[in-house]
Design a protein. Structure first.
Lengths: 302, 253
């Protein structure tokens, strides 16, 4: 059984610029994969190569083992949202969906269902030029779902959504993955996929810098922030640790310890019979990890 | 295939540009036809209907623009991306657009020719005059006008696929049609070729016109059938070139 999405050795040069550099990863059904990287890292180019819109310089990008352009029934196989601007400003949202549905042999009833689903039923007869970014995103999502596809690719779908919309999107994606679909969702904001993704693929300057289940990345972040200890005896504990050459900072009631696990510190406390009220790991924020993985590059506005 | 062509026609008729262009052009044609047929002192041997149907040129130019728009507006607004997600094969999508353009061009061209003929006959009848055309001539003229509009629309699709920049493609084709081809046709040595075989010349020949508005007075236009074949050849050349570019291009927006 081939992977729902498979990218292998994928490379794209635009003139002298290397947009994507020997990238490989897979997405399986039932998984939400967060595709992360700063602006300009090559996320959109990768998705466009997966969808046959951009021709790769080298490597392959396949859906269920076949290049997208060779799939017999693309609308019912893959749904994609690429950015919020892919609309004719003079055409209504409803007619935009209908034109696509018509080409795919899908009836108007499905169009109405989707307008309802993305809360655009009332705005459906307004020309799309007047839509907000969030409305365009939701219309794009409706278009992606026309054929009820098993594979979804979403490029920065949370852009332009308000907090309620982001939450709606998150629940929605989880539900779709729960139905056994494969979902690849790109973002430049790690927190955005933090509560949605099963796995993450992080790229920077076109190269993969990390690929792991999200929990693993989170665990990695938990160890990096160090430990916080609170309680009446923390000053003594700090002195003991300090004399062992361990990095300690803080005050009389609360100290921060680097380079020791919670268990190490717990044993020390027991050994010296100290009283503490709290011993907890300080999670580096997801953003810290993200910056570390991508070398702190922020790209530019895309 | 039917549903894909249907989708293209649906896209076309769900924008105001389509109605704006065709209605403005139709209005212009009506004004010209009514004024000329009402006020001209026709000579007894003049082929009035042939002359009047020459005004159909304005609509043929519009169907050419519609053909260009069918392709370029997708690039301009980025709708090419969702369109290609439904029909990933670019050759197929472009050929679908060609069929849609030929169809809409044919319909618009036919209606325009019928409207011109009807209005001319009406105005002349009021003046107690005759159009000077028998039924078979009338059919030839109307069919020629309709086919010219259809093939011009097809030419627009090929051109749009070749030059996806909407403004560039439209300005380019209008400048060529209205200015450059006429100027090139003045160059000695080319003055009996370009006015006859150029885009204006073959269109005029196809519509059954006696002259295309250029070249020496003695220049004879191609007959309807050879003119139509040459124009169809141009459509084929532009389509092949356009398809080569369409297939290679990276769709990045």
């Amino acid at each position: 059984m081939s992977h729902a999405i498979e990218v292998s050795g994928l490379t794209k040069h635009f003139g002298k610029i290397v947009a994507v550099d020997d990238l490989s990863f897979t997405v399986d059904e039932g998984r939400v994969v967060g595709f992360l990287g700063p602006n300009g890292a090559g996320k959109t180019t990768t998705l466009r190569m997966l969808l046959g819109l951009v021709n790769p310089t080298a490597g392959t990008a396949t859906v269920h083992g076949r290049p997208f352009v060779e799939i017999d029934d693309p609308v019912h196989t893959v749904g994609a949202v690429l950015d919020g601007g892919m609309l004719h400003p003079g055409r209504t949202g409803r007619n935009h969906l209908r034109s696509l549905a018509m080409a795919a042999g899908i009836g108007n009833q499905r169009v109405e269902e989707l307008l309802e689903l993305v809360a655009l039923k009332d705005a459906g007869d307004r020309r799309a030029g007047g839509y907000s970014l969030g409305m365009r995103q939701r219309l794009g999502l409706a278009a992606a779902l026309l054929g009820d596809p098993r594979v979804l690719m979403l490029d920065e779908p949370a852009n332009g959504l308000d907090p309620g919309g982001i939450r709606w999107l998150r629940d929605f994606l989880r539900r779709l993955a729960g139905e056994g679909r494969a979902i690849l969702v790109s973002s430049h904001v790690l927190a955005e996929v933090g509560q949605t993704a099963d796995d993450v693929v992080v790229i920077d300057k076109g190269r993969s810098v990390a690929q792991a289940p999200l929990e693993e990345i989170m665990a990695r972040s938990a160890n990096q922030g160090g430990m916080r200890v609170k309680g009446p005896d923390v000053r003594r504990l700090g002195d003991i640790l300090y004399s062992d050459g361990i990095e300690v900072s803080g005050s009389d009631s609360e100290i921060f310890v680097k380079g020791k696990t919670g268990e190490d510190i717990g044993r020390l406390i027991a050994h010296h019979q100290l009283v503490v009220s709290e011993l907890s790991p300080i999670g580096a924020s997801l953003e810290d990890i993200f910056f570390e993985l991508t070398g702190g590059s922020t790209g530019g506005p895309s | 295939m039917t549903r894909l062509v249907g989708s293209e026609l649906f896209k076309l008729r769900t924008t105001r540009t389509f109605y704006g262009l065709t209605l403005i052009s139709l209005g212009l044609i009506l004004v010209i036809v009514i004024l000329v047929s009402a006020l001209t002192d026709f000579q007894p041997d003049e082929e009035v209907l042939t002359d009047m149907l020459g005004a159909g040129f304005f609509m043929q130019a519009i169907t050419l623009l519609l053909g260009v728009l069918i392709v370029t507006s997708e690039f301009r607004h980025g709708t090419i991306t969702p369109s290609l997600l439904v029909v990933p094969d670019r050759t197929k999508l472009t050929l679908v657009k060609l069929v849609a353009a030929l169809l809409i061009g044919l319909i618009i061209g036919l209606l325009t020719a019928l409207v011109i003929s009807g209005v001319t006959a009406l105005v002349l009848a009021i003046r107690g005059l005759d159009t000077g055309a028998d039924f078979s001539t009338f059919i030839e003229l109307v069919v020629g006008g309709a086919l010219a509009a259809a093939l011009y629309a097809g030419l627009g699709v090929g051109l749009g696929a070749l030059i996806r920049n909407q403004v560039g493609a439209i300005i380019g084709v209008l400048v060529w049609l209205f200015v450059l081809e006429g100027l090139v046709g003045l160059i000695p040595g080319l003055d009996d070729i370009v006015p006859k075989y150029g885009l204006n010349g073959v269109r005029a020949g196809l519509t059954g016109a006696e002259d295309g508005g250029g070249g020496p007075d003695s220049l004879e236009m191609l007959g309807q059938v050879p003119a139509g074949l040459v124009l169809a050849g141009y459509v084929a050349v532009f389509m092949v070139a356009g398809l080569i570019f369409m297939r290679r291009r990276d769709i990045t927006a």
